[in-house]
Ligand binder design. Structure first.
Ligand code: FAD
Length: 518
């Protein structure tokens, strides 16, 4: 047989096999998509949910309540319904309490043995000062925060959400998002009986926390681990001033004590390197006793050591930073720690999240059909701008305050650190202004810039005294540079216009922090 004829035959067979395979695969995909669409349509006909929420932590539970109050049918899928035992989200700022009340969730801070907090007690190099949340006539709520066990608060939020008949709170682990032509239609999940199953809804909200796996397919942003928070509980004790968060400016970073219940004190501190002493072989406990405890003021040291001596479980939690970006895909919204994170030192992540939920739920309220992807995208663009006064203030303040707290041998950094302590000690307008920012009582980035610059200038004044030498001038210039390095990345990430617009901040206050509950 002619070789050329054989070659032509072989080529034809190859083309046939390839075409058949492609056709077969495409058909299977089409069939699968049609099947999914059929299931989705069927679910809608049978009164399926309007919204699926992945995760019933702080954000998922609060959002479920807000959306269900507006008449939406909500299906919440939570991996673990047991009370979480975590070392995060243990303090609600005054601003956060106001937002909770706007959402109708203020009673979730009741019956959990939460402790009132009126401000900070700050310690540095043998000196101490107290800085209180101001009694500000513009802030329409009692100016105090609350300390509590995070798990108890989360359980209260879950109970509150599931008390509404249109919320279905189910235990299950979400595996993946179901997509059709770039639009998220629902989720696949493993329910509590171990069965793989699906849920469909016009809108899916991913609220699965700081370790979110689902976020990766939706956003381009990466979380950066900035430090490690190490802590434990000292039981059956009470601080001398239980209404203050005790912040110790130590080395290499800060240590904290606060009263999380009438009998329990949270003790924690921060380390910067990822080479942490091992908890399991006792190295960590020895490290705390030998390196951190000696820096804790004598009057607090007994309480600080009690938990360690009694073998309280030592927990390690990563502190992460991640700017917010909107989802690339339609039919889905990402919220909470899966969306935006900042250093937790000012304890405000939940406040930003509640602010986001209030804004978003009000915007979505006016949308009849959550399945209108273009309208939802428009809503998300507005949401992204409206959230800035609160989110940009907290993100910038959290990261800047953290950087200032890190001990250093660099004179410029140390001057800034001392300047911050002096500023909070000075009393009057300076202290109350900064505390109003920390407490979320005045979410205005411009006000934050003002305080940061005044702290920098007064630190420079200290650096230059008693008279300026070339070296002191050099350190002063570097201090100014440090201040700019804290601000510029945030200005870039948040958007200069959105961050600096005074009208944005005024509109935020008027819409979300006004005295009347809208
Ligand atoms: C060390 C530290 C301390 C902090 N302290 C404070 C503080 O004092 N005050 C404050 O306001 N903020 C604080 N924060 C921030 C705050 O804790 C978070 O911003 C907040 O908890 C985020 O809520 P969330 O709903 O996004 O996530 P979470 O509350 O973590 O909830 C996520 C939920 O999703 C569930 N989940 C995860 N994956 C899946 C899945 N695949 N399927 C189903 N369910 C899933 C989880 O089980 C969890 O219940 C702190 C953060 C850190 C790191």
């Amino acid at each position: 047989m002619d070789m050329a004829f054989v070659e032509v035959c072989l080529r034809m067979i190859l083309v046939f096999v390839l075409s058949w395979t492609i056709l077969h695969v495409t058909n299977r995909k089409k069939k699968k998509a049609t099947k999914l669409a059929d299931v989705a349509t069927e679910e809608r006909r049978e009164g399926g949910p309007d919204v699926i929420i992945v995760g019933a932590g702080v954000g998922g539970s609060a959002l479920a309540y807000a959306l269900a109050k507006d008449g939406r049918r909500v299906h919440v899928i939570e991996r673990d319904m047991r009370e979480p035992v975590r070392m995060m989200g243990e303090f609600m700022q005054p601003g956060g309490r106001l937002l909770l009340s706007k959402l109708g969730l203020q009673d979730c801070l009741e019956e959990i043995d939460a402790q009132k907090s009126t401000g900070l007690r700050l310690f540095k190099d043998g000196k101490e000062t107290v800085a209180c949340f101001p009694v500000d006539t513009n802030f329409p709520y009692e100016p105090s925060g609350r300390f509590f066990h995070n798990g108890r608060f989360v359980q209260r939020l879950r109970q509150k959400a599931s008390s509404l008949p249109n919320v279905r709170l189910e235990e299950g682990t979400v595996r993946s998002l179901i997509e059709e032509k770039g639009v998220v239609k629902g989720v696949t999940y493993k329910n509590s009986s171990g069965e793989e199953t699906t849920s469909f809804a016009p809108l899916t909200v991913v609220c699965d926390g700081c370790h979110s796996n689902l976020r990766r397919s939706l956003n381009d942003n990466n979380a950066e681990v900035t430090a490690y928070e190490i802590g434990y509980i000292s039981r059956n004790c009470r601080l001398e001033q239980p209404d203050k968060l005790h912040l110790i400016m130590a080395k290499p970073s800060f240590a904290m004590l606060y009263q999380v219940s009438s009998t329990d004190v949270r003790c924690n501190f921060e380390l910067l390197s990822k080479n942490l002493p091992s908890v399991s072989n006792g190295e960590m406990a020895s490290f705390v006793k030998n390196s951190i405890a000696p820096q804790v003021p004598l009057k607090l040291r007994k309480t600080f050591l009690k938990g360690l001596d009694e073998g309280s479980h030592i927990k390690i939690t990563q502190a992460k930073r991640m700017p917010a970006t909107l989802s690339r895909k339609k039919g889905v919204i990402v919220l909470g720690d899966a969306f935006n994170m900042r250093h937790p030192v000012i304890a405000s992540g939940m406040m930003v999240l509640l602010s986001d939920i209030l804004i978003l739920s009000r915007l979505l309220k006016h949308l009849g059909n959550l399945g209108d992807e273009n309208k939802v995208s428009e809503v998300m663009k507005s949401f992204y701008v409206l959230r800035k006064p609160m989110s940009a203030t907290v993100n910038t303040l959290g990261d800047s305050f953290w950087q200032v707290l890190i001990a250093s041998t660099d004179e410029a950094k140390e001057a800034m650190r001392q300047g911050c302590f002096d500023y909070l000690s000075s009393g009057g307008f300076r202290t109350s202004g900064l505390m109003a920012l920390i407490g979320g009582m005045n979410p205005r980035p411009l006000s934050l810039f003002y305080h940061l610059f005044v702290i920098s200038l007064s630190s420079i004044g200290q650096l230059l005294s008693p008279f300026p030498t070339p070296l002191r001038v050099w350190h002063s210039l570097r201090l100014l540079d440090l201040c700019l390095k804290m601000l510029v990345p945030h200005l870039k990430a948040e958007g200069i216009g959105q961050m600096l617009s005074p009208t944005n901040a005024a509109a935020y206050r008027k819409s979300y922090m006004a005295a009347t509950v809208v």
